[in-house]
Ligand binder design. Structure first.
Ligand code: URA
Length: 272
């Protein structure tokens, strides 16, 4: 197991791994919670090694979290950062996030859904009322139109990744404020690093401006391939589906944007 740096330690800390280990050993009532996390870890192929390597790696894990939970560490599985940093685990962190004030008014956080193999990532602005209730992105009428846009590209919702710039609903659907966007951005970066899409499609002005950290108009941002995030993922801007519901005459322009995004994906696939 490699040495863990500050960020990796933070991930362990945020996930409450030490607490979970103690509870797993000491309390039957928390067994379900422990099983949940175990299931999530089991999703990662790196975990195939968990039981085999338990003895060998117990010392390095112990160094991480002693003395609080040294009691629980005799037979620790290997907790590699890759194993911890799955989409499910990012979602778990989002679900209990309290980094900004939106946690106080949300019903459910909305981490995002989709495939780890997705080549396309669609990023909206923020959950609305339906999304807040269901914990899923784009489930209302705008979501139905987004599904139709995805279908027009000969894909399915389950084959792409759909998320929002911020993961919790702002009260009365107000625009997200810069602090909320900044606090949430690390989650998006982690989702991006895991999914590694070939293209991002930003849905609407708020999403585009937040991702590009600009106040330029949507009109001036459309029609070009931008880049986003630590890995400079190609980013194409289009209209928000809710806007297209109100202004269906703009659908043809949105289709042009999607074709631009498709040309990006096709050219990357062609290169490889
Ligand atoms: N609008 C968004 O921007 N995101 C959603 O998830 C739903 C509506």
């Amino acid at each position: 197991m490699p040495d863990l740096d500050y960020r990796q330690l933070e991930i362990l800390d945020k996930m409450g791994i030490d607490i979970w280990r103690l509870r797993h050993r000491q309390s039957g009532e928390n067994a379900a919670q422990a099983d949940n996390l175990a299931d999530n870890l089991a999703d990662n192929p790196a975990d195939d090694r968990i039981d085999d390597d338990a003895e060998a790696d117990s010392k390095s894990v112990e160094q991480l979290i002693e003395p609080k939970s040294a009691i629980a560490l005799e037979r620790q599985p290997e907790l590699t950062v890759d194993a911890l940093n799955t989409l499910d685990n990012v979602a778990m962190e989002i679900n209990r996030c309290q980094r900004c004030q939106l946690h106080a008014t949300r019903i459910k956080a909305v981490p995002g859904v989709g495939s780890l193999q997705a080549q396309w990532m669609f990023i909206g602005e923020a959950p609305g009322q339906n999304e807040d209730q269901q914990g899923l992105p784009f489930v209302g009428r705008a979501g139905q139109l987004l599904d139709a846009m995805i279908a027009a590209l000969r894909m399915q919702r389950s084959g792409v990744f759909i998320a929002n710039v911020i993961k919790c609903r702002p009260p009365a659907n107000r625009d997200p404020v810069p602090e909320e966007i900044a606090e949430c951005e690390p989650y998006l970066h982690r989702q991006l690093a895991l999914v590694k899409p070939k293209v991002i499609v930003a849905l609407g002005r708020i999403s585009a401006q937040a991702l590009l950290k600009t106040s330029e108009s949507l009109g001036s941002l459309r029609g070009k391939v931008h880049q986003y995030g630590p890995s400079n993922t190609p980013l194409v801007i289009t209209y928000h589906p809710a806007y297209l519901l109100r202004s269906p005459q703009q659908k043809s322009k949105s289709w042009e944007d999607l074709l631009l995004a498709k040309s990006v994906v096709d050219s990357i696939l062609h290169e490889n």
